[in-house]
Design a protein around this ligand. Structure first.
Ligand code: GFB
Length: 431
């Protein structure tokens, strides 16, 4: 049983094979807990480094969701969805502070629930009846660094000044999604090099509170449930956008891009019964491009083309795919978008402009999803180098059944030659 488990001074290492054996973990300093017949569900909460963007956060959800999935093989756990708020890129001034946004604004909760039990944070507060979280673990790296990858986790002193402070009543106060009244009863920093699912033994045997919160959950990696695994894709397929956002995107496709699911062979089914092959989907008669600008102009200056060069690259796709319309998803300011449009003569260029009502209701995150949804249905898609916004579109197209040639294309930097301009990795869906 304990083949490759190493225990020393409260620290343990555990291999992927061990994880498959759910009984393998036993910490050095705590006896396993005993559970009665009918177990009350426990709640797992998490948050991500405030600097991370929307689409990396969606990836972290998959890691944590699979942790909850494996926890539920042994005892009932419910994932509390971290409200969205104050993301660096969500800057539309008229909207003010974009905080406390529930997941149902963006995603279809019934669909998520076909994978794991989830509730919104506000519902969690109602169920618990007090604004309290039991235990908070702030994930951090190892102060001494590491010279080889191995899975391990340790309760350690905090490396940086933590975002949580104890008040005069012993309550831990911190940035709980901008809910000032919320506090935690216990807090500790944890150095971790771990797959997300490897947190299972720790959560089951080393924590006792009804709710446990993992902060900086992006530190947990996919490991064996990576993009190459069916588990990744099951969780990913459950992440359907909300019906309302899909409807707005579909109406735009129909009105401006002559695109609908029947003609395009992109009809959605309940994801638990939906299995598509590459090439099943045709897509609407338009090209979609994700033209990432703003901070990308500095962050990836070599791989981001000038607007003139981007237009030149896009034109090369139009004849082979027999399309005369181009849909542009972009974070570019209007002046840049109009400059881009002027590079085309006959081709019609479209961008989704939200009405005031749509913007107020669905915020910057909702508009980003509508853009992604429209891109996901194009006959051919061209993305931006290493943008997670682009990656999520690739995945949507895998789910819908597009050919990989029509999906994994990217804009090259103006100075990049064909050899340098490596095309995106093809993450094939697996069921
Ligand atoms: O989603 P995201 O992490 O993707 O961040 P990257 C980009 C955000 O910018 C989106 C907006 O969530 C949107 O709010 N945005 C970008 C867009 N492209 C579009 C678009 O086509 N349409 C709309 N409507 N909005 C990483 C960041 O961004 O880029 C990192 O996560 C860092 O923090 C790095 O800034 C340079 O992976 O593209």
């Amino acid at each position: 049983m304990f083949t490759s488990l190493v225990i020393f001074s409260g620290c343990y290492m555990i291999s992927a094979e061990d994880m498959a054996d759910k009984d393998v973990f036993q910490t050095s300093n705590q006896p396993p807990l005993q559970f009665g017949q009918a177990k009350e569900p426990r709640y797992l909460l998490y948050d991500v480094n405030p600097g991370e963007g929307f689409n990396l956060r969606r990836d972290v959800y998959i890691r944590v969701a699979n942790l909850v999935k494996v926890l539920n093989e042994d005892e009932p756990w419910i994932l509390v969805l971290p409200p969205w708020g104050r993301l660096y890129h969500w800057q539309t001034r008229e909207l003010g502070a974009q905080i406390k946004i529930p997941w149902s604004t963006f995603f279809d909760l019934e669909s998520l629930r076909k994978h794991i039990p989830v509730i919104e944070f506000e519902d969690y507060l109602k169920v618990i009846g007090k604004p309290v979280i039991g235990e908070v673990y702030y994930l951090q790296s190892y102060k001494e660094g590491w010279d080889k990858w191995e899975e391990k986790m340790d309760i350690r002193e905090c490396i940086d000044k933590p975002r949580y402070q104890q008040d005069e009543n012993g309550k831990w106060r911190g940035p709980f999604f901008y809910y000032d009244e919320v506090y935690a009863e216990k807090f500790a920093c944890m150095s971790a090099q771990s797959y997300a699912v490897s947190m299972k033994p720790f959560l089951m045997k080393n924590t006792t509170a009804r709710s446990v919160f993992l902060d900086r959950a992006e530190a947990l990696i996919h490991g064996m449930f990576s993009e190459w695994s069916a588990e990744y894709w099951t969780a990913r397929r459950s992440m359907r956008f909300s019906r309302e956002l899909r409807d707005i995107g579909d109406a735009f496709r129909e009105k401006y891009l002559r695109s609908n699911d029947k003609k395009d062979r992109t009809e959605l089914k309940d994801w638990t019964n939906m299995k598509r092959k590459h090439g099943d989907a045709l897509g609407g008669p338009y090209l979609a491009v994700h033209l990432r600008r703003k901070d990308y102009l500095h962050a990836h200056s070599k791989q981001v083309p000038t607007l003139k060069n981007a237009a030149k690259q896009i034109k090369k796709f139009l004849i082979p795919y027999d399309v005369q319309r181009v849909f542009v998803a972009t974070d570019a300011p209007d002046e840049e978008f109009f400059e881009f449009v002027q590079k085309f003569k006959k081709t019609k260029i479209y961008r989704f402009e939200p009405t005031k009502e749509i913007l107020e209701k669905y915020k910057d995150g909702g508009v980003a999803i509508i853009d992604q949804w429209i891109c996901a249905h194009a006959r051919v898609f061209v993305g931006t180098y290493v943008s997670t916004f682009t990656f999520r579109i690739h995945e949507e197209r895998e789910i819908l059944g597009f050919s990989q040639e029509s999906t994994y294309n990217r804009l090259c930097g103006s100075e990049e030659d064909d050899k340098e301009c490596e095309q995106p990795t093809k993450w094939s869906i697996s069921y």
